[in-house]
Design a binder for this molecule. Structure first.
Ligand SMILES: *Cc1c(COP(=O)(O)O)cnc(C)c1O
Length: 397
C-alpha cells in the first residue's frame, strides 16, 4: 500500500534540501544485497566481484562463526533485553571482554554495540568543558561528533601533520585541572594511510595529553596476530591509554570495544552515556565474536594472503598509472576528484561485473571523490587482474 502524506512545511523544506543534494551529485542510494558478504556478492539480482566491503579477512560468512552464532542464540536467545547495567550482561559478554583485553594486552576491555557509539561515549566520558580535544582533520565522523558532544573545545590539525599539532599544543595554555585529549584513527578509513603512532605518543607524553587511537581498520589486519596498528609498533597501555576497535570489519561480526586500564573501563561503566542508556549487544553476537577472535589470531595465512594481494594490486595499479593514493593497507583509493566522474566510473565498473563504490563529499573533503577499493583475504590474484583491467577501461573511457 502506498501512503501519501499531504505536503507540510517539513516535507517541502526537506524536498528542497534533497534536490540540492541531487544537484551536487551527492545523492546516495541503497542497493539491495541478496546474500552474504564475500568475494562475490549478489546485488539487485546481479552477481558482482565485491571490492568495497570492510570484511578484510573474509570472515563475515565463515561457517565456524555462523555455527557459534547459532549456538549462542540457542543458549541466550536473540534479544539481550536490557542494558549491561540492568540485566543485559551475560557470561559470554564477560568472556569476550576478557579475551579482548588479552588480545590488546590491556588490563580490561568493554564491549559496545557499535564503533560510532563507542567513540562518542569515550570522548564524552573523558573530556568536558575547559578541556581541549585535538583531532586529525581526517578522523572518522564518530570521533568528530564525540568531540562536539563533549562540550570540550575541539581543535584540528592538518592530516598527519604532527609538527603542526606540536606547535598548536605548545601555544595552548590550560588551567591546571584541565587536559588535552588527542584522538586519531589508527588507519584512516577513506585514505588507507596510517597515523604515526610513535610521533603521537611522543607528543602526548611531552604535553601531558591523553592519547586515544581508533583502530577500526587496523585490528585483525595489522600487527602480530592482528593486534592492530598500536601493537604493530609495540606501544603499551601507558603510551596509548585509550584504544577503540570495531568488530564489524575484519572480525566479520558486529559491535565494538574499548580497551585500557582498569580505571578507564570502570569509569566508562559508571559514566559513559552510550553504554548506560543502550541495550546490550546480543549475546549470540558476543559468542560469534569469541570464535572470530580466535580465527583472527591463529589464521596468519589470511593476513599473509591479504598483504600479497595489496602489494600485487598497488604494483599493477601504479604500472597502469592509475590515480592510486599511497597506502599499504587493504584500503586502496583511486582519487578521481570530481563526483560526477567518480559516479560514472563506478557505474562503468559495475557494467564490467565489479562493485566498487564512489565515495563523495561530505564523507571525504570537497573535490576529492574517489573509488575506494578494499581488498580482502577472500580475493584471489585473478580477481585483482579483473579489477585492474576494469579500472583501466572505466577510468580511460
Ligand atoms: C567504521 C568505523 C567506525 C564505526 O564503527 P561501527 O561499528 O561501524 O559503528 C568508527 N571509526 C572508524 C575509523 C571506522 O572506520
Amino acid at each position: 500500500m502506498q501512503i501519501h502524506t499531504p505536503a507540510t512545511p517539513l516535507t517541502s523544506r526537506l524536498r528542497d534540501r534533497l534536490a540540492t543534494v541531487q544537484f551536487r551529485q551527492r545523492y546516495r542510494r541503497r542497493r539491495h544485497l541478496e546474500g552474504p558478504q564475500g568475494r562475490e556478492i549478489c546485488l539487485d539480482n546481479k552477481t558482482l566481484l565485491n571490492f568495497c566491503s570492510n570484511d578484510y579477512l573474509g570472515l563475515a560468512n565463515d561457517p565456524r562463526i555462523i555455527a557459534a552464532l547459532k549456538r549462542g542464540a540457542d543458549q541466550y536467545g536473540v534479544g539481550s533485553g536490557a542494558s549491561h547495567l540492568v540485566v543485559g550482561h551475560s557470561r559470554v559478554h564477560q568472556q569476550l571482554e576478557l579475551a579482548l583485553a588479552d588480545f590488546t594486552q590491556r588490563e580490561r576491555a568493554l564491549v559496545f554495540t557499535n564503533g560510532y557509539s563507542a567513540n562518542m561515549a569515550v570522548i564524552r566520558a573523558l573530556a568536558g568543558e575547559g578541556d581541549v580535544v585535538w583531532q586529525d582533520c581526517l578522523n572518522h565522523a564518530s570521533l568528530l561528533d564525540g568531540g562536539w558532544i563533549s562540550r570540550a573545545e575541539v581543535r584540528w590539525f592538518a592530516h598527519r601533520d604532527y609538527h603542526q599539532l606540536q606547535q598548536l599544543l605548545r601555544d595552548t595554555e590550560l588551567q591546571s585541572e584541565q587536559q588535552h585529549l588527542i584522538a586519531s584513527d589508527g588507519v584512516f578509513s577513506m585514505d588507507g594511510d596510517m597515523a604515526d603512532i610513535a610521533s603521537l605518543t611522543h607528543i602526548a607524553r611531552t604535553h601531558n595529553a591523553c592519547l586515544m587511537i581508533d583502530d577500526a581498520h587496523g585490528f585483525g589486519v595489522l600487527g602480530e596476530q592482528g593486534r592492530g596498528s598500536v601493537s604493530a609498533c609495540e606501544f603499551n597501555g601507558e603510551a596509548v591509554p585509550v584504544l577503540v576497535g570495531t568488530l564489524g570489519k575484519a572480525f566479520g561480526t558486529a559491535g565494538a570495544f574499548v580497551a585500557g586500564s582498569d580505571e578507564l573501563i570502570e569509569w566508562l561503566i559508571q559514566s559513559a552515556r552510550n553504554y548506560i542508556f543502550s541495550t546490550a549487544m546480543p549475546s549470540a553476537i558476543a559468542a560469534a565474536t569469541l570464535c572470530s577472535l580466535h580465527i583472527v589470531q591463529t589464521e596468519q595465512w589470511r593476513r599473509d594472503h591479504l598483504n600479497e594481494l595489496i602489494h600485487y594490486f598497488s604494483h599493477c595499479a601504479r604500472q597502469m598509472q592509475l590515480p592510486l593514493l599511497h597506502s599499504t593497507t587493504p584500503i586502496q583509493p583511486l582519487l578521481l576528484n570530481d563526483s560526477a566522474t567518480c559516479l560514472r566510473v563506478s557505474q562503468a565498473l559495475e557494467q564490467l561485473g565489479i562493485y566498487a563504490a564512489a565515495i563523495r563529499p561530505p564523507t571525504v573533503p570537497e573535490n576529492s571523490s574517489r573509488i575506494r577499493v578494499t581488498l580482502s583475504a577472500a580475493h584471489c590474484r585473478s580477481d585483482i587482474d579483473k579489477l585492474i583491467e576494469a579500472l583501466v577501461k572505466s577510468i580511460r573511457a
